[in-house]
Design a protein around this ligand. Structure first.
Ligand code: ADP
Ligand code: MG
Length: 865
């Protein structure tokens, strides 16, 4: 407790620090139709929902526009709902709140004639929410009300506590003004508002703090054309020249609550008194409306019930003299102007502007609600245009700060109102979505509870004790002072009979002395009691102080914990948001991953198939390569062989040609040399001769006579004579001829081999060919074998024997043709023919690997690496 002396701690500012919010409570009341045969367009379908039916005329005109026709509210009150039932649900919680230091705002909204005033004010026998609220307040705080003027409103929407003396003086001043009737004693109630509430309907709030003192203040204002008028202001009414009422302005107090500056606040002590004040304002309103030609349905009326409460002091006797301990809560009861549009008001001329302004206020209210809703729902921070109208400006703190807000939407089910009612419903539905901070609980004051009761008990005890000293006189009220006075011995008659009266005075003196003695005694006793009480109180006070300190400490801790909790909550919120975001991100990433994985899988699949294909192609390629390699090697080998063969053939051919030429040359040479010698004989005639024995027989020695051409080179003859290589190719045909060359000791070969050649010195080739006459002709080509310088063997052909078989029929012809030469010599053709044959024979060998030409010239068999 931040306490100075015995003053309990300051109350914290009333500004909302509560994060809890409640939606604006919207209730719907359907009034009965004026006449039973009227068309009804509203149906209550449950205790929270109504259904709107478009009237027949409208339905026909605008098809399909009125589809959404159900509206839900916190509660719907049908035509049979009584004022008491409505109060029970709608206003009672607000009254409970005001008693527990929480503000409340209750307004009725609807089209003119929909029952707003009926709901708020009511009529005799059917009191509305306003008289019932007042009644409940007084029922609840009745016994705990402070004396009048103990609470005194300052001019800044605050409340001061006056000391007893000032309050008493104010009371005396009021009493002297006869205009104000003494409320508690007078029970004459204006018949206009009699029976607003019957005693059996009275209700009471629970949990009223009886250690507090209460006072109710009411004010009543009207907002017309966006001007505020004080309906309780005491102004002399001049019936001849009525003074136009002065408008008031709005101010903001230190708690940021809006208030009407300089507005009359009347302290009332009972329901009747309060309602009387209200009625006074109502009357004034009516008069002003008639005087100024205004339409009352166009104005908003605001009745404010302010409840001031302050704790009793430690003695429980008086209200604590501390302004900061005063708590003021208020309940605003607002009867709004008709919500209908200007066109419906039949406003003309000068009234049009006013009507427009009134609508403007309601329009601002609608806009404010819309913006509030948007801000709350979307988390935006749009400015709410409270200041655009007095009504909304006045209620700013209810929506911005804290306090319960409730609205009764009044509807008339008649068809004429249908379109307006639709607008009302839409506004009402929207209003339900606005949230208002929940008011926080009033902090507990620092004093011990039960002070009022203890004080009362003390007072009773004192009275009892004083009574013991002498009962009160008849007719006198048993006040403490009277009791004290009565406890003194009565004064003797103090009328002095004459100058010599010496009895009266001494008797008076004696009596006074006696009284003085008693007084002294009483003072002593009083002091003793007072001291005792003081010490008890001090003890209690110190107890209290320590308890307060403890409480304060705990409160501090609680505050810290609260703060920590709040921080943690914020952190949790933040983390939750973050986690949500991350979850969202994860989700997206998961999806992306899935897509990628899918991609990967398909790519892998493709890769695999491509690899397989590649493998296949590779193996195919390898196979092809191997095949190609094989083909290449084969063809290379073939071509190598072929090339070799061709080269060899060519070489052989060339050699043979060379050899033939050589041979010719040699023969020519021989001829030339033969002519010089005695045994000169041309080669040709020898040939000629050769032919002849072939016809006769095979010559026993095919070797021509005469010495060898080159004896030096000749192989030495063995003892057995010459050794022959008898070369008979396999192609030869056995002709079964009689004359066969007889070659003893010959080595028979079908292809000339070097080995054979090296062993012999003579060579004979048996060559068969078809002659020009078609007969097979066998030639024996003879030669001598020589060793070449390179180590090979060479054959020098020396002789050719021709063996010819002849068909006896064709023989003559053949012979004739051969003998047709001019000088008996064989024709050049023959010579050429042999030459060619020989060449061919040799060529035939050349086709084989070891052709004779090759051998003859003794080239060693050589292969390239
Ligand atoms: P508003 O204030 O909305 O213009 P009023 O409260 O003046 O409307 O109502 C117009 C008339 O309808 C009054 O005569 C009133 O008695 C009557 N009325 C309104 N609501 C009800 C109701 N719920 N039950 C009975 N009569 C009603
Ligand atoms: Mg009205």
């Amino acid at each position: 407790c931040n306490r100075k002396g015995k003053t309990p701690r300051r109350l914290p500012p009333k500004k909302a620090s509560n994060s809890q919010k409640d939606p604006v409570g919207v209730y719907c009341r359907v009034r009965p139709l004026g006449a039973e045969d009227e068309e009804c367009c509203i149906e209550v379908i449950s205790n929270t929902t109504i259904q709107l039916h478009a009237p027949d005329g409208l339905k026909a005109n605008r098809n399909g526009e009125f589809k959404e026709t159900q509206y839900s509210f916190k509660k719907v009150f049908g035509i049979k709902t009584t004022q008491g039932e409505l109060f029970e649900d709608v206003a009672k919680p607000l009254v409970e709140d005001i008693i527990h230091c929480k503000n409340g705002l209750l307004f009725t909204y609807g089209v003119t004639g929909s029952g707003k005033t009926h709901t708020m004010t009511g009529s005799p026998g059917q009191g509305g929410l306003l008289p019932r609220s007042l009644d409940m307040i007084f029922n609840s705080i009745g016994p705990y009300q402070a004396k009048r003027y103990v609470f005194k409103p300052d001019d800044k929407n605050g409340m001061e506590v006056q000391n007893q003396v000032d309050a008493l003086l104010d009371r005396q001043k009021r009493d002297s003004q006869t205009t104000v009737p003494k409320t508690p004693t007078t029970r004459r109630i204006d018949p206009e508002f009699a029976d607003m509430i019957s005693p059996e309907e009275a209700c009471k709030a629970d949990g009223v703090d009886e250690d507090s003192s209460y006072s109710v203040f009411v004010s009543y204002i009207e907002i017309y054309n966006n001007y505020i008028y004080d309906l309780l202001e005491e102004t002399p009414i001049d019936p001849i020249k009525p003074k136009p009422p002065q408008s008031k302005i709005l101010r903001e107090d230190q708690n940021h609550n809006m208030y009407v500056a300089g507005c009359t606040e009347v302290e009332v002590k009972s329901t009747e008194e309060a309602f009387e004040v209200f009625w006074r304002g109502q009357k004034k309103r009516r008069i002003a409306n008639t005087q100024l030609n205004r339409e009352s349905s166009r104005s908003h009326s605001v009745f404010i019930i302010k409840l001031a409460q302050a704790p009793l002091d430690a003695d429980g006797d008086n209200v604590l003299q501390d302004k900061n301990q005063v708590n003021v809560s208020q309940l605003c009861l607002v009867d709004l102007a008709g919500s209908e549009r200007t066109s419906r008001t039949r406003a003309e001329g000068s009234r049009l502007r006013e009507a427009g302004n009134i609508n403007q206020s309601l329009m601002t209210l609608r806009t404010c609600i819309e913006v509030l809703r948007e801000n709350q729902m979307c988390g935006t921070n749009k400015m709410v245009p409270y200041r655009d109208s007095k009504v909304t400006h006045l209620f700013k703190n209810y929506f911005d700060g804290e306090g319960k807000v409730r609205m009764v939407v009044c509807v008339n089910p008649k068809a004429d109102d249908y379109e307006e009612t639709l607008l009302v419903m839409r506004f009402a539905e929207m209003t339900q979505e606005v949230e208002v901070a929940r008011p926080v609980d009033r902090p507990i004051c620092g004093f011990a509870a039960g002070r009022r009761q203890r004080n009362q008990a003390f007072k009773e005890e004192l009275t009892r004790r004083l009574e013991e000293r002498g009962g009160p006189l008849d007719g006198e009220s048993p006040t403490v002072l009277n009791q004290l006075l009565q406890s003194f011995p009565p004064l003797p008659p103090c009328e002095i009979s004459g100058p010599n009266d010496d009895v009266t005075l001494p008797r008076l003196i004696e009596a006074l002395e006696k009284r003085h003695k008693i007084r002294q005694m009483m003072i002593e006793e009083y002091n003793k009691t007072a001291n005792m009480l003081k010490s008890v109180l001090q003890e209690q006070d110190s107890n209290l102080l320590s308890k307060e300190n403890f409480i304060q400490e705990q409160r501090g801790k609680l505050g810290e914990k609260d703060k920590m909790l709040q921080n943690q909550k914020n952190e949790i919120d933040r983390l939750e948001k973050k986690s949500k975001m991350l979850e969202y991100k994860i989700d997206i990433l998961q999806k992306t991953t899935n897509i990628y994985e899918e991609d990967k899988r398909s790519l892998q699949h493709e890769l695999e198939s491509r690899e397989q294909r590649l493998q296949r192609e590779m193996s195919e390629k390898r196979r092809m390569e191997a095949r190609m390699q094989g083909i290449v090697t084969d063809s290379k080998l073939k071509w190598e062989k072929e090339c070799e063969r061709r080269v060899n053939a060519k070489q052989l051919e060339m050699q043979n040609k060379l050899w033939v030429k050589d041979e010719k040359l040699k023969q020519l040479k021989a001829i030339v040399t033969e002519g010089k010698t005695e045994n000169r004989q041309p080669q040709r005639p020898s040939r000629e001769k050769d032919k002849v024995p072939a016809k006769r027989s095979a010559s026993p020695s095919p070797v021509p006579t005469g010495p060898p051409v080159r004896p030096l080179h000749r192989r030495s003859h063995s003892a057995g004579g010459e050794r022959w290589v008898d070369h008979k190719p396999n192609t030869n045909v056995d002709l079964d001829t009689v004359l066969q060359p007889n070659l003893p000791n010959a080595i028979k070969v079908n292809a000339p081999s070097e080995k054979a050649l090296s062993k012999c010195d003579k060579y004979v080739l048996t060559h068969q060919e078809v002659a020009s006459d078609g007969e097979i002709q066998t030639k024996l080509i003879k030669g001598e074998v020589f060793k070449t310088r390179g180590g090979g063997q060479a054959v020098q052909f020396t002789d050719i024997e021709t063996l010819k078989q002849e068909n006896p029929v064709a023989a003559s012809r053949k012979r004739r043709s051969s003998e047709t030469g001019p000088d008996g010599e064989p024709k050049e053709g023959d010579w050429t023919d042999v030459e060619t044959r020989c060449s061919v024979a040799v060529e035939m060998r050349a086709g084989s690997n070891l052709g004779p030409g090759y051998q003859h010239h003794g080239y060693p068999k050589r292969r390239k690496p």
